[in-house]
Design a protein around this ligand. Structure first.
Ligand code: S3P
Length: 167
């Protein structure tokens, strides 16, 4: 099995879809933000605040190198900016979870842990800036994706089934 690498904007539901995929397949799952947090023994938010975004991006590069050389049969869920790694396509089949900006924000705001979900994402704190980032990134996400799944109004389970059918 080739790795699957899940990309998409913050809050689109990469983690939730990954959890459903592993329940219904033989993939194991890892998450690039989780790897970075355990490497640094710090939360992503703290890394942004204490070490800066550039340092966080350097850690993403280290993770991408390790994934490319060492990981197989794995569903890799990524932070929203990880797609910029040049080796992305070498790591596995790139699957984009896609949804309009307003639908993503609605999804986060109606989550029972909405405040925590927004607080832990430094680049989501200012919604105007986040919208600009979305506009800049969406065409880049689309250009990289081998498979696109529109997640709008679908459950994580529905998205996972669609993903497993398409890979
Ligand atoms: C980021 C997305 C976050 C996390 C960091 C930066 C981004 O991950 O990697 O806050 O640049 O879009 P999620 O997409 O899981 O929120």
């Amino acid at each position: 099995m080739k790795n699957i690498i899940l990309i998409g904007f913050m809050g689109v539901g990469k983690g939730s879809v990954a959890r459903e995929v592993i329940k219904h397949s033989d993939y194991i799952a890892i998450d690039t933000d989780d790897l970075i947090e355990s490497m640094e023994n710090k939360k992503v938010k703290e890394i942004f605040e204490e070490d800066g975004e550039a340092y966080f991006r350097k850690l993403e590069l280290n993770v991408a190198r390790w994934l490319e050389s060492s990981v197989k049969n794995t569903l890799i869920s990524t932070g929203g900016g990880f797609y910029k790694q040049k080796s992305l396509k070498k790591i596995g089949t790139v699957v984009l979870l896609d949804s309009p900006f307003d639908a993503i924000i609605k999804r986060i705001k109606t989550h029972p842990n909405a405040a925590r979900k927004i607080k832990k994402r430094p680049l989501l704190n200012d919604l105007e800036k986040a919208k600009e980032l979305y506009k800049e990134r969406r065409p880049e996400y689309l250009a990289l994706a081998d498979i696109v799944i529109d997640v709008t109004k679908k459950s994580a389970l529905e998205c996972s089934k669609e993903l497993l059918k398409k890979v």
